[in-house]
Design a protein around this ligand. Structure first.
Ligand code: NOJ
Length: 562
């Protein structure tokens, strides 16, 4: 039985907004806060309880907001602090909490701190805010062999300071020197500023990279060489503890840390349900490569058994010990229905299967804008049509490795983050109802004429209405939120079946990943006739003969015994 801390963040579902593509309120072709304000009732109608905003701060937008030049102001394209005040108040009035993105592994090189830091000088208080090193070989070569996680060198020469600075991401995203106590004070100041503004928590960007163990050469890899020296560095826990003790613990807020490289055991140091836990949840990545070798840039056929294995491991390992965050999409991941589902023949059915798969697990669910209508990847013909810096860097590496252009485009079609960054499809009208401008900032997926919110609202069997039903089911059921998890039929490579148990109540979740009908028999101990069918992804009758039935393509069912 789940008997540890009850906290509000365990009872909520979160909707993620990547504002640039969410909704344009002022007709300039770019999503903004006015647009968000106009959609608060829609967001509420989904049954979510919080919004996580990917960065909306001032930024030159090299990495669309993850390169911040002012932590205390809003990007003018998106609006003003007053507009954000209205959004926060409007959300709170509707019982929706606000989670900000906290990006403190790095800043934009346009940030005041960097502009000061590059001047050097012994009495310059910003001198050691970043990770500066002289070059090797009389200054001509970078200090070590580290590569950016976006591809390319991890160091950039600065002609003003006459030194290299470290950037684990894009060239103008300079890594902060978190070992400097003054930098940590700055981070605490930012946390206080937004908590005092009224936000309810933070999603902490690549937070597991903030402590670099050393600057020794790394094991050579095509990208991210050096990662073994900074993923889960030696002072990570200590710095997060400091943020928690000095600021976060004094507010009623939640945190979710992005944790590349964390696994279901070592994450418990950070999120464990014990004194000293420094984050409430983490985002891990293990379930995001069931269609690739480490990444979907190296494609492999979708492997349901691998995916189930990861989910089961996390559900089991964290139960009663930590708290899971549940997600299958975000602004860094291609659309899940195009990856793990079937975006051609069974788009609706497979989007519902994927929703059932993760929304019936234990943890706090996150839903990325457009996921709730089953938006799909976008089939660009050329790399020039992509905007994302990571996509271009990876394409450049593939060219160096002599991949034919066709292969590079195919890889980007499957794996680029831009798949998730096309404008949200609101209607079948001009620009999918995203903007009144002649041209939106980024290409609208051509399938908007059929895949859009307006059409989904009218269809009781839409993906959208199924999301609502699933979220309502979670909200009304402690069993669904807190139940223990048990997987069945693991060896079956096109069926996902698991049970949930809580205080004598039970649920059985059955999901077909097959394109053909599939015979199913309930596992021993589950008498279907004694339970009730709480949800079925197909309209109409869902027959069962005794304990057996035939699952239709991508059908999912949830039975409950309560
Ligand atoms: C992770 C964010 O989710 C991603 O979008 C960003 O590019 C990197 N961190 C760098 O901030």
């Amino acid at each position: 039985m789940y008997d540890t801390n009850r906290k509000w963040y365990k009872d909520i579902a979160v909707y993620q907004i990547w504002i640039r593509s969410f909704c344009d309120g002022n007709g300039d072709g770019i999503g903004d806060l006015q647009g968000v304000l106009s959609k608060l009732d829609y967001i509420k109608s989904l049954g979510v309880d919080a919004i996580w905003f990917s960065p909306i701060y001032k930024s030159p937008q090299e990495d669309f907001g993850y390169d911040i030049s002012d932590y205390r102001d809003i990007q003018p394209e998106y609006g003003t602090l007053d507009d954000f005040r209205k959004v926060v108040d409007g959300a709170h009035e509707r019982g929706i909490k606000i989670i900000m993105d906290l990006v403190v592994n790095h800043t934009s090189t346009e940030h005041y701190w960097f502009q000061q830091s590059r001047k050097g000088g012994d009495d310059n208080p910003y001198k050691d805010y970043y990770i500066w090193r002289p070059g090797k070989n009389g200054g001509k070569r970078p200090p070590n062999n580290w590569q950016s996680t976006f591809g390319g060198d991890g160091w950039e020469w600065d002609d003003v300071r006459k030194e290299y600075y470290l950037h684990l991401f894009a060239i103008h995203q300079a890594d902060l020197n978190m070992d400097n106590p003054a930098v940590r004070e700055e981070v605490k100041g930012i946390l206080r500023f937004w908590l005092d503004f009224g936000v309810d928590g933070f999603r902490e960007d690549v937070i597991t990279f903030i402590s670099k163990a050393n600057l020794k050469n790394g094991f050579p890899l095509p990208i991210a060489t050096g990662i073994e020296h900074y993923a889960r560095g030696p002072h990570l826990h200590e710095y997060l503890q400091e943020f928690y003790d000095d600021v976060l613990s004094k507010y009623d807020c939640m945190t979710v840390g992005e944790g590349p490289g964390l696994n279901a055991k070592n994450c418990l140091d950070l999120i464990g349900e014990k004194p000293g836990h420094v984050l409430d949840m983490i985002f891990h990545f293990e379930h995001m490569s069931a269609d690739g070798l480490f990444t979907s840039w190296i494609p492999r056929p979708f492997d349901l058994k691998k995916l189930k294995g990861v989910f089961t491991k996390w559900q089991k390992s964290l139960y009663g010990r930590g708290w899971n965050s549940l997600y299958i999409e975000n602004h860094d991941q291609p659309r899940v229905v195009s990856r793990y589902g079937d975006d051609k023949v069974y788009r609706v059915e497979s989007a519902k299967a994927l929703a059932t798969m993760y929304l019936c697990q234990c943890g706090t669910p996150y839903i990325y804008q457009g996921q709730e209508i089953g938006m799909t990847n976008i089939p660009f013909d050329s790399i020039d049509e992509y905007i994302d810096v990571q996509t271009h860097n990876i394409a450049a590496i593939m060219r160096k490795l002599h991949f034919p252009e066709k292969k590079i485009v195919a890889a980007a079609n499957a794996a680029s983050r831009d798949n998730a960054r096309t404008p949200v499809q609101w209607t079948a009208g001009k620009n999918a109802g995203f903007t009144d401008a002649d041209k939106p900032w980024f290409t609208v997926n051509p399938n908007y004429t059929t895949v859009n919110v307006e059409a989904a609202e009218k269809d009781p069997n839409s993906v959208l209405n199924y999301y609502r039903a699933l979220l309502a089911l979670r909200k009304g059921s402690e069993l669904m939120r807190y139940g223990a998890y048990e997987e069945y039929y693991h060896e079956n490579s096109s069926l996902y079946c698991y049970g949930r148990m809580y205080e004598g109540k039970r649920a059985l979740v059955v999901i077909s990943f097959a394109k053909e009908p599939m015979a199913f028999r309930a596992p021993e101990g589950y008498e279907l006739s004694e339970g009730r069918l709480a949800l079925c992804s197909y309209n109409g009758r869902a027959n069962a003969a005794g304990n057996a039935f035939t699952l239709r393509p991508y059908e999912s069912r949830v039975y409950i015994w309560d």
